[in-house]
Design a protein around this ligand. Structure first.
Ligand code: PCA
Length: 217
């Protein structure tokens, strides 16, 4: 029997005092769904340095996905925030769920300073905007567990041609934002719709568009 073409879609456990994490709720909602010729495999990751990458590595080996999108929550961001670059540094402002708080340590010692996403980030942003969903290219995934997973993911796949990967940050859910005055949010159904469209676009787009997505800061 032919192996099913898989998309690996990861989301994180809740962290930082929250009860939920939209990234896992979105991944869970899309689990088993068919997008183009591929099927979505959702994987929950602990919000913990090191451990998150061990779980991710195992999922990569088990499912051999053609495309990987890691999702994370970004309080303060109001749109689908498609990350351009992962950097080789852990610098945690708060402790992770296992109590670790690395400061200025490499994600992978001896690895390059950074890796670019291999997903068509501009095409994904454009597809979301055309569907009436807020989206932008982000120039930094931060230095916490999300960037850690993004960097580890890109390092794991950097020699494997044809297996593309990237990272997207999601806003809070309205129920989370309601407890922190002034925070932007998007409802879960909208987040699921946006991630589904981003995945479909990534699968269907071999070469990224050459359109603006830069920022001054
Ligand atoms: N967001 C955090 C880690 C887990 C998550 O969902 C981050 O942006 O690093």
């Amino acid at each position: 029997m032919r192996r099913m073409t898989k998309i690996l879609l990861t989301g994180f456990d809740a962290f930082g005092g929250e009860d939920v994490n939209p990234s896992w709720l979105v991944a869970q909602a899309l689990h088993g769904q068919r997008i183009g010729a591929a099927t979505v495999q959702a994987q929950r990751l602990p919000c913990a340095f090191g451990l998150a990458l061990a779980v991710l590595d195992e999922a990569l080996a088990t499912h051999r996905p053609v495309l990987v999108l890691a999702l994370g929550q970004a309080a303060g961001r109001g749109d689908f925030s498609i990350e351009r670059v992962a950097i080789n540094v852990d610098d945690a402002r708060i402790a992770d769920n296992a109590g670790a708080q690395p400061i200025d340590e490499p994600v992978v010692p001896g690895a390059p300073a950074a890796y670019f996403s291999t997903l068509p980030v501009k095409a994904m942003v454009q597809a979301l905007l055309r569907a009436g969903l807020p989206a932008s290219v982000s120039q930094s995934a931060g230095t916490y567990v999300c960037n850690h997973v993004f960097f580890g993911l890109m390092h794991a796949l950097h020699r494997q041609r044809g297996r593309r990967a990237g990272f997207m940050h999601l806003p809070l859910l309205p129920e989370q934002a309601a407890r922190q005055a002034g925070q932007p949010s998007l409802p879960l159904a909208t987040q699921v719709e946006g991630v589904r469209l981003a995945l479909a676009t990534a699968l269907a787009t071999a070469a990224d568009l050459r359109i603006g997505g830069g920022a001054e800061t």
